[in-house]
Design a protein around this ligand. Structure first.
Ligand SMILES: Cc1cc2nc3c(=O)[nH]c(=O)nc-3n(C[C@H](O)[C@H](O)[C@H](O)COP(=O)(O)OP(=O)(O)OC[C@H]3O[C@@H](n4cnc5c(N)ncnc54)[C@H](O)[C@@H]3O)c2cc1C
Length: 445
């Protein structure tokens, strides 16, 4: 459907929107924001502060998107998506946390490395840390050359046996467990363009709870997927399962996995340059297998917020985040191709995978005391289709190209547009704010 001036007026007369969650719907909002994750919430706050009316529409039954604290499964906070406030003091979400009286962890997770076959942590992490520095340096050096090669070709100088023995673990940490992709599909320049992960802090009540708190009170219609965006000279008609909303501009925040799946269509179709940028990107995956233990379980002997790092045989490695904020949980993290492979299996098999890894790490009774377990499904979820974005080797410029508007009235926002903080919650939030400021300028004109 192409909206003509007359067609637009007719549609406008059809408002208010029949099926949209009534209490929250703004009639003919200045701006529609598709998706109520961190980016959508950031955009909404900025637009409202700028004096504009907004309507968020969210396909899921809750806000927060990839930030979701599950308290129902275990009776304690389990962040199924993002858990750490990253980027240290520069992260503006830490300010919101303080404002809303959330408790932020005092320190980063304590890393404990385990030599292959040993059931106790090493006295020092030197070998592992040297391997991380060696591989990071090699990737950074490669990134400063002309070609954007896969990180697997970065050829680190493995100076001695100790570094060599931790090289696979370092690869797992830098590739699958951080970027969400294996090194052979990881762009060295995309990795180099992202800020370092330091000053990572957990939130006691859960980062998902914090994002939901920041978004509380915004005009959100949940269970309202956008299906089609039709742009005319005067505005945009946003077609949803619950009616059509007419607006002056749109902030579009679903993940690149969702956008490239064709779940939302556009009239007119966007510039081919945008499709080219999308095809230069991929969705990485990080999966959490959370295990809840009874008192006295062997794995609970580690200090709160420990990261157990077993020496890996190849880059398809895993780690265990143990006792976040003291909760009786051990969360097995897997990423990249291994996570995609496990996403194709039944939860029971994936939980058995994690139990077996825990026994391999701590001995035959390593998984004793297990009471309950859960597996995250960001890969299978049609509203995310992965954890976060990564450029393909050779396509690092695609990320910058994503910053362009989809049309003069449709602005993309989300973690993929997060610049140096891409892949992160605060990057998504800031990109929503940026898109909102561009719309404020457009509407002033
Ligand atoms: C397992 C995991 C661990 C992570 N860990 C961290 C971490 O520790 N720290 C960190 O900073 N980041 C982390 N991240 C990344 C972080 O969660 C994301 O970068 C961020 O939450 C993305 O926010 P967003 O607003 O861009 O997207 P989203 O949160 O995905 O929001 C987009 C919204 O759009 C909705 N939507 C989709 N399709 C439609 C449609 N057709 N119509 C309407 N709505 C639609 C979705 O339901 C969703 O709510 C992690 C992610 C995962 C998956």
């Amino acid at each position: 459907m192409k909206i003509t001036r007359r067609g637009f007026a007719r549609l406008a007369a059809a408002l208010p929107l029949a099926g949209v969650a009534r209490a929250a719907v703004v009639s003919e909002p200045d701006v529609v924001i598709v998706g109520a994750g961190a980016a959508g919430i950031g955009a909404a706050q900025t637009l409202i502060a700028g004096g504009r009316s907004v309507q968020l529409i969210e396909a899921a039954s809750r806000i927060g998107g990839r930030c979701f604290t599950d308290t129902a499964t275990f009776g304690v906070a389990f962040d199924r998506g993002a858990a750490w406030l990253k980027g240290g003091a520069a992260n503006p979400l830490a300010g919101f946390a303080r404002l809303h009286r959330f408790e932020i962890g005092a320190s980063e997770a304590r890393e404990l490395t385990f030599a292959r076959g040993a059931q106790a942590p090493l006295a020092s992490n030197d070998g592992y840390e040297r391997a991380i520095v060696t591989l990071s340096d090699a990737i950074a050096n490669a990134a400063e050359q002309d070609d954007d090669i896969p990180a697997s070709q970065a050829a680190p100088m493995l100076l001695d046996d100790e570094v060599r023995s931790w090289a696979a673990t370092a690869s797992a940490m830098i590739g699958p467990l951080d970027m969400g992709v294996d090194l052979n599909t990881m762009s060295v320049k995309d990795w180099f363009g992202l800020e370092e992960d330091d000053g990572n802090r957990l939130v006691r009540q859960g980062l998902g709870t914090l994002i939901a708190r920041i978004g509380a009170g915004l005009p959100v219609a949940v269970n309202t997927p956008a299906r089609r965006l039709v742009v005319s000279g005067r505005g945009v008609a946003v077609e949803t399962d619950r009616g059509t909303i007419l607006t002056k501009a749109v902030v579009l925040t679903p993940s690149l996995g969702v956008l490239t799946s064709g779940a939302i269509t556009f009239d007119p179709v966007p510039d081919p340059a945008m499709f080219a940028a999308w095809s230069g990107m991929q969705m990485g995956l990080l999966t959490k297998i959370a295990m809840f233990f009874g008192a006295g379980a062997p794995v609970l002997r580690f200090a709160a917020d420990s990261m157990l790092i077993p020496q890996a045989d190849d880059e398809r490695g895993h780690v265990f985040h143990v006792r976040p904020f003291g909760a009786p949980l051990a969360i097995c993290l897997v990423g990249g191709s291994l996570a995609w492979e496990l996403a194709g299996q039944r939860d029971r098999a994936v939980i058995e995978f994690a139990r077996e890894k825990l026994r391999a790490l701590l001995g035959a009774s390593g998984d004793a005391g297990l009471r309950n377990a859960a597996v995250t499904d960001w890969g299978r979820n049609p509203l995310t289709k992965g954890a976060y974005s990564a450029a393909l080797p050779g396509h690092w410029r695609a990320r910058a190209a994503l910053e362009a508007p989809l049309s003069e009235r449709i602005f993309l926002a989300g973690e993929a547009q997060g610049g140096k903080a891409a892949q992160k919650v605060h990057g998504a939030f800031a990109s929503g704010q940026r898109a909102a400021r561009r719309i404020l300028k457009l509407l002033r004109a």
